[in-house]
Design a protein around this ligand. Structure first.
Ligand SMILES: Cc1ncc(COP(=O)(O)O)c(C=O)c1O
Length: 399
């Protein structure tokens, strides 16, 4: 190892340690569930997973993965267009399209890859991309890769600013013009103003793109996402999302939209052309998760009840969580090191919840981000609330 390079890395890591912002990985020895066993802390209640519907250890989902492994083996050892596509990939893609009400869909090994493989493929010279300032990092990086497009950022959820940017792009003769937003903003728990965004896109002939990674399985009466929540099924041009959260939680992402869009991504999207497909085990368990959700629409309702119960509990003991209709309930605490120290104290009291700070969120808005699951029991939420109350008093946030 290059000694000077090693010393440089150590120096940067020491700075993080000194600032109290060094991230420690925690090691679980049991499946993701409302309660898990952690090597570092014993049995803990999980309030920091995207396992919104509790499907990652659902027996039907596990069984489907095992069957997928037995039927297809580990994988094809190839990228998709060479010899790397199984019939289960087609089945899953048809299923996702049907679930979201689009013509077609295409899977990737992660939504990260879907977002970074989308924009550069469809936005060349003369095009424009207008992105919400709080969009997820994978959208930001995906838009960066589309470096021939005119790129701009509108103030978070500010429709007047979005319209101004649309006017600029259309006045410059850009085509296509894309407007991209998260469905649910992952650090806030708030949702995009999709009806206004759709109306603006129609007014200016722009293409709407929604990443609904935190909305899928959570929002909408049957868990089809933020688009269903607003009754806009069929009106968003491009939807991206993950299979690594509510829909089984293993990995995988997708782009859903028209057949022409999907065919173009198959031709040109770089993660499709130069990287392997979703493992068949994951494709099989994701299909089972979609089937399970369809057969159990009450799961999304139970999740909403849990969110309402936990939010009310936090308010009762004196916290002021950010408002929002999703399953993400953040508490702003200000300083990054304070948020991390608070999450460490919660862990000591048996609650696993992560503190987020700069650069994930703007400086001074560090937060404890709680995320609820449909499978959490009232007893588990009450025990978690008791820990929040004790730690809130210990750190001086509650009197
Ligand atoms: C809005 C959003 N998009 C994309 C991703 C990436 O998803 P994946 O884990 O499938 O790469 C995340 C994950 O945190 C996300 O929150």
């Amino acid at each position: 190892m290059n000694a000077a390079f090693e010393a440089r890395l150590r120096g940067e890591l020491d700075t993080l340690h000194a600032a109290g912002t060094f991230k420690h990985l925690r090691h679980l020895t049991t499946p993701m569930a409302p309660e898990v066993h952690m090597e570092e802390a014993g049995d803990v209640i999980v309030l920091s997973s995207n396992n919104y519907l509790g499907l990652s250890d659902q027996p039907e989902v596990i069984e489907a993965g095992i069957e997928g492994l037995k039927k297809y083996g580990a994988g094809t050892a190839s990228v998709r267009f060479i010899c790397g596509t199984f019939d289960i990939h087609r089945m899953l893609e048809e299923r996702i399209a049907q679930f979201l009400g689009t013509e077609a869909s295409l899977t990737y090994v992660a939504c990260w890859n879907a977002n970074t493989g989308l924009f550069a493929t469809i936005c060349g010279e003369g095009s424009a991309i207008i992105s919400d300032e709080l969009n997820h990092a994978s959208i930001i990086d995906g838009v960066r890769l589309a470096n021939k497009a005119k790129r701009s950022v509108y103030k978070h959820a500010d429709m007047a600013d979005l319209e101004a940017k649309l006017q600029e792009a259309t006045a410059a003769g850009c085509a296509p013009v894309l407007v991209v937003t998260d469905g649910v903003f992952s650090m806030e728990g708030s949702i995009a103003k999709l009806p206004e965004i759709v109306a603006l896109c129609k007014k200016y002939g722009a293409v709407s793109v929604v990443d609904d990674s935190h909305g899928t399985g959570v929002m909408g009466k049957t868990g089809r996402g933020t688009i269903e929540h607003f009754g806009l099924t069929g009106q968003i041009d491009i939807i991206t999302g993950t299979l690594g959260k509510a829909l089984g939680g293993a990995a995988g992402g997708f782009v859903a939209g028209s057949r022409a869009l999907v065919d173009m991504l198959i031709q040109r999207s770089r993660p499709q052309l130069f990287s392997n497909a979703l493992p068949p085990t994951v494709a099989a368990s994701s299909l089972a998760a979609l089937d399970y959700l369809d057969a159990h629409p009450e799961l999304a309702e139970r999740l909403r009840e849990n969110v309402a119960y936990f939010r009310a509990g936090l308010q009762r003991i004196g916290f002021k969580p950010l408002d929002g209709p999703s399953a993400i309930v953040p508490i702003i605490v200000g300083d990054t090191a304070f948020a991390i120290a608070m999450s460490d104290k919660l862990l000591k009291r048996g609650v696993f919840v992560t503190g987020f700070g700069f650069p994930v969120v703007p400086e001074g808005t560090a937060r404890i981000r709680t995320q609820l699951s449909a499978k959490l029991t009232q007893d588990e939420m009450d025990r978690a609330l008791a820990a929040f109350e004790a730690v809130g008093k210990e750190v001086g946030l509650l009197s």
